[in-house]
Every structure is written in C-alpha cells, then in structure tokens.
Ligand binder design. Structure first.
Ligand code: NAD
Length: 331
C-alpha cells in the first residue's frame, strides 16, 4: 500500500519506515498537500492537518485515515463515510501522559510558577511578595469526563489528598467506588469545585460545555484547567470570568480556534477568517497575556514515551487495515 504521513518529525521517519517495510511510505509536507504524493491509499495525520472534504478531493484513491491522536474532531467523518473511507485513531497512549500534564498546569497556576520563574530570571529578584499560592490538599477537584485520562487524573488527585467529584453523562459507578469519588450534575460540580478539569471529547454535544450561562455557577476563586479541546469552553465567558475575579486562574493547553492562532500569519496572508474566528483569536491573545493564566501550545501528549506508543498503535492500525481487519475505528 502507498501510505502518506503528514506532520512527522525526522526521528519518527526511521521508526516508521523500518516497521512498515513492504509498503511504500511517503513523508509529506502539510503545506504542500497532495503535491508530488501520487495516489496514496492511507493517510496518517495529526491534529494540525485537518481532513476535510476539500482535503479528500486531493486523494482520489484514499481508503483509510489513521490519525495519530485520540481526538478526531479535526476529521470530517461524514465526508470520509461518503467516500467509504475508514478512520482510526489512537484510543489510548498512556492516560498518565495527559493526566500528569494536567497537574503540571494546575500546580503552575496554584503555585504561581510562571510569574515566580519570570521574576527570578528576568529581574534577578529573589522575593516572594504577591507569589502566595494555595494547597491542593483538602481542596475539591471537579473532573468533567471520567474516561481514560479523567480516571488517571482522579488517581493523581487522590495522591495530593484532594476530594474528587465528577460529571460524566455515562457515569461508571464501579470507578467511583474504586477510587473514592462521587458523580454530580455539571451544575453541582461547578458550584462545589475549587478546580475544574476537562477530559471530554469535543463533539456538538460538548461545544461550549462551559459557557456564559453556567460559568457564573463556579465557586468564586476557582481555577479551570483544560487539556482536552478549546471548543469545550466559550472563550469570551472565560476571559470575562477571569477579569471579574469569578475565576482565580486557568491552565490551558488548548484554545478555541487554536489552529487559527498557530497559523495566524499564513491565514492573515491568504485566508478568510470570519468575524467570530477573529474575535476568538483576539480573546486567545488576551488570555495568553494574563498573569493568572498559563497557556501551553497543545503539548500535553508530547512525551518521548507517549510518542512511541502513538507510533506503535498507528503502525498496528495500518497493518490491521492492510490485512482487511481494521482496528480502532472511530464512528
Ligand atoms: P475517553 O473517550 O476515554 O473519555 C471521554 C469521557 O468523556 C468518557 O467517559 C465519556 O463518557 C465522557 N463524555 C462524553 N460526552 C460527554 C459530555 N457531553 N459531557 C461530559 N462527559 C462526556 O477520552 P480520553 O482518552 O480520556 O481523552 C479525553 C479528551 O482529551 C480527548 O477526546 C481529546 O480531545 C483530549 N486529549 C488532549 C490531548 C492533548 O495533548 N492536549 C491528548 C490526548 C487527548
């Protein structure tokens, strides 16, 4: 089979190539699209190369898309289905990886790590005024989504001595018993949590799960952590709540319209962002500048160990598809 990989780093090329011998493997540049790629049967991408109906038109022979991510909201599943193209993902690659990063963000906010480092590094000032934080021990963590990552977050939270409550439309009571947390409604969770962390997929049902109507239910002084997807939070509602002091801080690895922020120069040069996208991108910039907000560039997945696991599952996905028995299909 002819396989086109997008968004691959140099070290990954040897790893992939040596494990897919027998196939023709191409490493493609997302800015060049199909140019020079010939007729690929399989496409493997990451979140920075969305597969839209327009993308699909460039690949007339395409039969299978295997994204090297858990989330698949960057793939137009309907357009794929219309062409009979199957789609697989990497359902898990170590839930610890994103869960650990969740606490990196939470601690960065709760202990003011970024302003502390900045003060020492930029001003050479070894002083603690305005750097007082708060303990995690004894605080209540609200976990939205108790799937692979959310459950691991619960485990770590227990190690910090936190009380945990959770919301999930598909509660798993056995987990709650095993790890010692209780399920609440979303509204109850927002009202009782000192920190809220999101671990749900981005779907029409989860678009702006946290929004201008319910953000006011949050405990005054609560912290929001988002390592899932930017579109789960209405950006304008978040910035307003941070400015008013309703929320004390936020740790965000994902932003609404982050693709726009990432490729800003390119888009401004040639694209046509709509008014809503522009407003959100401006609000994103405002968030990035706030002292009580830590923004990272969608980096929670990015450990050596996780990347190897992602490649291994992607290679398995390709081999299974080539054998006629596809695995890890998304619906
Ligand atoms: P998962 O499928 O194991 O768990 C998702 C959970 O969300 C499930 O328990 C499900 O019942 C729940 N859920 C579904 N709809 C919901 C709703 N409307 N409200 C509340 N909960 C709902 O997924 P996971 O492996 O835990 O990953 C969660 C998300 O994290 C992924 O979808 C992905 O978008 C994101 N993610 C981000 C990174 C990163 O680098 N920042 C890396 C991996 C995953």
């Amino acid at each position: 089979m002819k396989i086109g990989f997008f968004e691959v780093e140099d070290w990954e090329k040897d790893y992939i190539g040596s494990r897919l011998s027998g196939h023709e493997v191409l490493f493609l540049d997302k800015n060049q699209g199909a140019e020079g790629s010939g007729q690929i049967d399989i496409l493997s991408n990451f979140i920075g190369y969305p597969v839209t109906a327009e993308t699909l038109r460039q690949f007339p022979d395409l039969k299978f898309v295997t994204t090297r991510s858990t989330g698949f909201d960057h793939i137009d599943l309907e357009a794929c289905a219309q062409r009979g193209i199957l789609v697989s993902n990497v359902p898990t690659y170590g839930e610890n990886t994103v869960a650990e990063f969740t606490f990196a963000l939470l601690l960065a906010v709760s202990r003011k790590i970024y302003p502390s480092v900045k003060r020492v590094r930029e001003r050479g000032l070894f002083a603690t005024d305005n750097l007082q934080g708060f303990d995690l021990q004894g605080k209540t963590l609200g976990v939205i989504g108790t799937g692979h990552i959310g459950t691991y977050v619960v485990k770590i939270a227990k190690g910090f001595g936190m009380n945990v409550i959770a919301y999930d439309p598909y509660p798993r009571e056995e987990l709650a018993g095993q790890f010692g947390f209780v399920y609440k409604t979303l509204e109850e969770l927002l009202g009782a949590s000192d920190a809220v962390t999101l671990h749900v997929p981005y779907l029409p049902a989860t678009h702006h799960l946290l929004n201008s109507k319910n953000i006011g239910l949050c405990k005054r002084g609560a912290v929001i952590i988002n390592t899932a997807r930017g579109g789960l939070i209405e950006t304008a509602a978040l910035t307003a709540a941070l400015k008013s002091g309703q929320l004390a801080g936020a740790g965000l690895d994902v932003l609404e319209e982050e693709g726009f922020v990432k490729d800003e120069l390119e888009i401004l040069a040639g694209g046509h962002p709509n008014e809503d996208q522009l407003k959100i991108a401006l609000a994103d910039h405002e968030l990035m500048q706030m002292d009580n907000v830590v923004v990272t560039p969608h980096n929670a997945f990015n450990t050596k160990e996780a990347l190897i696991r992602i490649l291994d599952t992607t290679i398995e996905n390709i081999q299974a598809f080539a054998r006629g028995k596809p695995v890890n299909l998304v619906k």
